[in-house]
Design a protein around this ligand. Structure first.
Ligand SMILES: [Fe+2]
Length: 500
């Protein structure tokens, strides 16, 4: 492990030197968890906050926490101190990944599916899970390594011992359907044996989800006792677990949480840059990551150029009100719309610029979009994108509804009026919602607002613009190809509308 790590660092230095011509002695490394911490803290609006990082593994740390202090005036100094850590192989990220693999999903990809599956089960097996992880009152934990193979295997994450305890892993090709996913059931009814197996795996998913939440709550409580700070920055891949984030907000003394949208390793490079800028070069803070729209955008000319050069017929609608009206009319007519606007989102969530949109009021839309449009598992939920100032109609917000994780789709709340948005609520009535404010995405806001004016429901069903297993579309060409290869009815590329 050490040899592997040192080797990588030397190797990265020589690549940087070779590709961009920077001398080796000018290249700085910031530790992985410092990078995670900086990516959250230096994007947050906070001057002083507790910081919790939790992921698979960095160099050695897998969970670390401490405190950040920032200077906005030019007189003080910026600092991040991580004062406690838990080291490899004891890792909550790798622990969750072992269950992700056991449940038949791909590690580093399928963790969301475990979270989605958990809602179908009951946490009946937490006792069994506490056989493989020992947790102390302060949240420090240790894995019983007899159950895991990840330290010595690149192919598997859990051992035969683990299988003895939990039974056979779920077949990745087995369908996970329930009686709620009616579209599938009509054609291929569930057998009792299938239903029994599905229930067992769903109960395991619910149990692992409950354990990870409970451990994170203990760690967060301990961190609060140590720092007595009311603000918390979360980062690392585990910070994408929106169910856990919500419980930390609700059940601890922390009053406000910040998580930047690319909280996993894809955001670590930004953290490394921010750490150097603010801590090593002592530059004053002036930036808050208020929205996720930092990717590439395409001009109307570029989009038109693509359409014309490929002989694709389109309607060009210059007037924004007219464009919004046409899209809302289509959604009301139960059409599914590919919505491609402005800059690509930073992080794994589609937040209204590379989204597939549909009517959340129609329960059947969940099966339509999962099965006919995205070709993905019928149990997976969709998000509602909700107007900030009308969100109380649908949800009850505890501490505050104006928090960044809500804008970045990183909390899950129980819907107060799930009956108004059945296609965008999960089976247990929960929603991984996105709260949309007028300032950060005016066009998307106006679109939802127009839908609200027509229906009284201040939300649209929003899911990322991609098919199962593919990345979210970036270019107009990506969007067009995905549109062609799916059952989508309408594609909106900037001010250009394409129909099937
Ligand atoms: Fe990480």
């Amino acid at each position: 492990m050490v040899i592997h790590w040192i080797g990588n660092k030397l190797w990265i230095k020589s690549i940087i030197e070779e590709k961009i011509g920077i001398a080796r002695d000018k290249i700085l490394f910031s530790e992985h968890h410092i990078s995670h911490a900086a990516s959250s803290f230096f994007c947050s609006p906070f001057s002083d906050a507790a910081i919790l990082n939790c992921d698979g593994v960095g160099e050695w740390a897998t969970t670390s926490f401490g405190r950040g202090e920032a200077d906005w005036t030019g007189n003080g100094k910026n600092d991040i101190k991580l004062f406690e850590e838990i080291r490899f192989p004891h890792s909550l990220g790798l622990f969750y990944s072992a269950f992700t693999a056991f449940l038949g999903f791909e590690v580093n990809e399928g963790e969301y599916k475990v979270m989605g599956m958990a809602a179908f089960g009951e946490p009946k097996y937490t006792d069994k899970i506490y056989k493989v992880i020992k947790v102390n009152d302060d949240g420090s934990f240790g894995l019983d390594m007899r159950y895991f193979s990840f330290p010595y295997s690149t192919r598997t994450t859990f051992s035969r011992h683990f299988e003895k305890l939990f039974g056979r892993p779920r077949d990745p090709k087995a369908r996970f359907v329930t009686r709620e996913t009616s579209l599938y059931d009509d054609k291929y009814p569930l057998t009792d044996e299938e239903a029994r197996k599905n229930q067992y795996y769903a109960d395991i998913a619910a149990s692992i989800q409950k354990v990870i939440e409970d451990v994170l709550l203990k760690i967060a409580d301990h961190l609060y006792k140590k720092t007595k700070l009311k603000k918390l920055c979360l980062s690392g891949g585990v910070a994408l677990n929106c169910l856990a984030n919500t419980r930390i907000l609700k059940e601890t003394q922390f009053e406000e949480i910040f998580i930047q949208p690319a909280a996993g390793d894809s955001g670590a490079a930004m953290g490394a840059a921010l750490y150097v800028y603010h801590c090593l070069l002592a530059k004053t803070r002036k930036f808050i990551l208020k929205d996720a729209y930092w990717g590439k955008e395409y001009t109307q000319e570029e989009i038109k150029g693509f359409l014309v050069s490929n002989n694709i017929s389109y309607r060009h609608i210059q007037d924004e009100n007219e464009l919004i009206g046409l899209v809302v009319d289509s959604i009301l007519a139960q059409k599914v719309v590919g919505w491609f606007q402005g800059r690509f989102e930073w992080g794994p969530r589609a937040l209204g610029n590379r989204s597939i949109l549909a009517d959340p009021r129609n329960k059947a839309m969940k099966d339509v979009v999962n099965i006919k449009i995205k070709f993905r598992e019928p149990f997976r939920p969709f998000a509602p994108s909700v107007l900030l100032d009308k969100a109380d109609i649908l949800f009850e917000f505890g501490k505050s509804k104006d928090q960044y994780p809500l804008k970045f789709m990183l909390y899950t709340l129980a819907a107060r009026r799930g009956d108004m948005i059945p296609a965008a609520a999960h089976i247990d009535g929960s929603c991984r919602l996105q709260v949309v404010d007028r300032g950060s995405n005016p066009l998307f806001y106006r679109l939802i607002e127009r839908f609200y004016e027509a229906t009284g429901v201040p939300a649209l069903l929003n899911t990322s613009f991609n098919l199962k297993g593919e990345p979210i579309v970036n270019t107009p060409e990506n969007a067009y190809m995905t549109f062609l290869n799916s059952g989508m009815d309408m594609l909106v590329l900037g001010n250009f509308i394409l129909y099937k």
